[in-house]
Design a protein around this ligand. Structure first.
Ligand code: BF8
Ligand code: SF4
Length: 627
């Protein structure tokens, strides 16, 4: 394959060439071997929900089945498949949230929480009395309440109250306000069981409930309690791309999602005894770097370098310089075990929920976190001397400023607030900039990598197209990795901005693309939008904003997309979800939902056209607001 065509990232190109020379198959090679991909699956027209199947609906000719063996139509099958993917995505994010809540629960009394202010704020929001209690006790009560959100018997999710009143009322009217998180996911699985719900609108309604229980439930719990435990991110500089690996050091790549593991590894790697041991093995030190969302989490809180995105995980091992890749859950390619076998790299799985054949399993338990982390780091250190073959680390890295949590953004806005005698601690300066038209609007660019789109270049092209139109970009997940690698999180990136946005960035001393974290941290964006909408006295759907996932692939991304739409946001997808076999379902998601929820999906593969469509959407919203 000509890698010039599939990626715009220089480190990826160089390491792909090395992989080819060393006969290593990567994600791109397997994608090529998979062609042509199954049309039934691609259109969402294959059903395996019962053992009378698999059934598939034939669309391309008049011949062939137009219903499944049970009579399920294309609408039923496509919407069921869509809803099940959303439920799986919501489950993954929410289970991450639950694990963080459990970590907080078990941590109380043993460690000091890092952000007491946030702890007290959440306690206040959730009606937990704080008088006469120490932080440790409050943390336990907050953790208990968070855990009960997953299975409580009655009542809506507590964080829904953060949404604008209009939005909350709309959710109530439509019957989509989620209750217990686990139950919403279970209900998708139940209602899409063979012979249950056959009405595509009703199936999508339940999928919306499950998705909202992710964004305003599981993900938000994950983000907020991670901040409480490990600290709320503040802006800091980090390096990014595979060039952050160091030839002379023990290199440890931490990959996956949950910060409980990665925080412990970061701490363990600073242990003087292990550092000494590393030196004895002939290394200069221990270099911990982060991959995918774990990369975002530890970069934001510790300034640990961001080694790479989803499509770079195999290539990290191909450098020959990685002593251990330590993984937990989600977005971990099973191929890593095969690639690792060709080098000296130890692939270490740590979660009982995600074992990989061929990997070493060292189960992580946050109650014995540091001890286990030290044992894992020791495995890496002792592996340094086993390097074999050519070690090649491309000299490709960039630098950017990351860690723009909502709290950090508000603090930055306070800089101008104070100088103009505005009330501090609000989003007023941001609203003023939008109202005046200096800033036309804001867009979240999020999501993964997908071989159906050129790697990184869709994220980066879209971001640049928006910046020049004076549209601020916020980003998370692998989208954030793309942007920092392309230099869009540095102050110099102002050169890509229109005059208005460049002025705003200069005044606030920020880059034009703001890193807001990992994928669960899209909940930060929901809260920011709510703050802006509340300040303006409107709903989220009235704001000149949009979201885009130009290279998405995961079920989690499908859940995010749907909760964003259900929160009133226009969401542009670069890869179509598997629903196009049903015109009704496709139209419902891309057109009709707008009149119901104020948000909708748009499918647009081309990032330049996506930017044009987003710009039109933003200008229409501005007109309607009279600004
Ligand atoms: O949750 S962006 S490839 S790493 S799914 Fe995965 Fe997609 Fe990356 Fe994080 Ni999000
Ligand atoms: Fe076929 Fe219906 Fe069974 Fe699906 S649920 S596999 S469409 S018979």
């Amino acid at each position: 394959i000509n890698c010039e065509l599939f990626t715009c990232d220089a480190a990826t190109k160089k390491l792909y060439e090395k992989a080819k020379k060393e006969r290593i198959d990567t994600v791109w090679d397997r994608a090529l071997a998979m062609q042509p991909q199954c049309g039934f699956g691609e259109m969402g027209l294959c059903c395996t929900n019962c053992s009378m199947g698999p059934c598939r609906i034939v669309k391309v000719s008049d011949d062939g089945p137009k219903a499944g063996i049970c009579g399920a139509t294309e609408d039923t099958i496509a919407s069921r498949n869509f809803a099940r993917a959303v439920a799986a995505g919501s489950a993954a994010h929410s289970d991450h949230g639950r694990d963080i809540a459990l970590a907080l629960y078990h941590a109380t009394g043993k460690i000091r929480v890092k952000d007491e202010e946030k702890l007290f704020k959440i306690a206040g929001e959730w009606g937990i009395a704080v008088e006469g209690k120490d932080a440790s006790r409050i943390a336990r009560e907050v953790a208990e309440k968070a855990l009960s959100e997953f299975g409580k018997i009655f009542g809506k999710l507590l964080f829904l109250k953060r949404a604008p009143h209009k939005r909350q009322n709309l959710w109530d009217e439509l019957g989509v306000a989620p209750e217990a998180i686990d139950r919403e996911i279970v209900e998708v699985l139940h209602s899409t069981h063979m012979g249950s719900d056959a009405d595509y609108r009703n199936i999508i309604r339940q999928a919306i409930r499950a998705a909202l229980s992710d964004g305003w439930g599981g993900s938000m719990i994950g983000t907020e309690l991670s901040d409480v435990l490990f600290g709320t991110p503040v802006p800091r500089k980090v390096e990014a791309n595979l060039g952050v690996l160091k030839k002379e050091c023990v290199n440890i790549v931490v990959h996956g999602h949950e910060p409980t593991l990665s925080e412990a590894i970061v701490m363990a790697a600073r242990d003087p005894e292990l550092l000494e041991l590393a030196k004895k093995q002939g290394a200069e030190g221990i270099n911990v770097v982060g991959m995918c969302c774990t990369g975002n989490e530890i970069a934001m809180r510790h300034g640990i370098p961001m080694a790479g995105d989803f499509f770079q995980q195999e290539l990290a091992i191909v450098t020959g310089a990685v002593e251990a890749m330590i993984v937990d859950v989600q977005c971990i390619m099973p191929s890593l075990a095969t690639v690792a076998k060709c080098y000296h790299t130890k692939l270490i799985t740590t979660s009982p929920k995600a074992k990989v054949p061929g990997a070493i399993h060292m189960e992580f338990d946050e109650q014995k976190g540091l001890d286990i982390a030290k044992r894992i780091v020791k495995e890496a250190v002792m592996n340094f001397k086993n390097r074999k073959g050519e070690v090649y680390i491309p000299d490709v890295k960039s630098e950017g400023e990351i860690g723009y949590s909502l709290e950090a953004i508000i603090k930055i806005l306070d800089r101008v607030t104070n100088s103009f005698a505005h009330p501090s601690g609000t989003v007023k300066p941001l609203v003023d900039a939008i109202k005046s038209g200096v800033l036309r609007g804001a867009v979240a660019i999020v999501g993964c990598n997908n071989h159906k789109q050129p790697h990184n270049s869709c994220h980066v092209t879209l971001a640049k197209e928006l910046l020049r139109r004076d549209i601020l970009v916020v980003t998370t997940g692998c989208g954030a990795h793309s942007c920092i690698k392309a230099g869009l999180m540095s102050k110099e990136a102002r050169k890509y901005c229109g005059k208005g946005l460049a002025t705003v960035c200069e005044l606030l001393d920020i880059p034009p693309v703001l890193h807001m974290g990992s994928c669960v941290d899209i909940s930060r964006i929901l809260v920011l939008l709510s703050e802006v909408a509340n300040y303006m006295g409107v709903d989220i759907s009235d704001l000149p904003v949009a979201a885009a996932a130009p290279e998405w692939m995961s079920e989690k991304a499908q859940s995010i997309g749907l909760y964003a739409v259900a929160s009133g946001i226009y969401v542009v997808l670069g890869v179509s979800p598997a629903v196009t076999g049903s015109e009704n379902v496709t139209n419902y998601l891309t057109k009709d939902l707008e009149s119901v929820l104020g948000g909708r999906f748009e499918i647009e593969k081309d990032p330049v056209k996506a930017a044009e469509k987003i710009a039109v959407h933003i200008e229409n919203k501005r007109k309607r607001l009279g600004i």
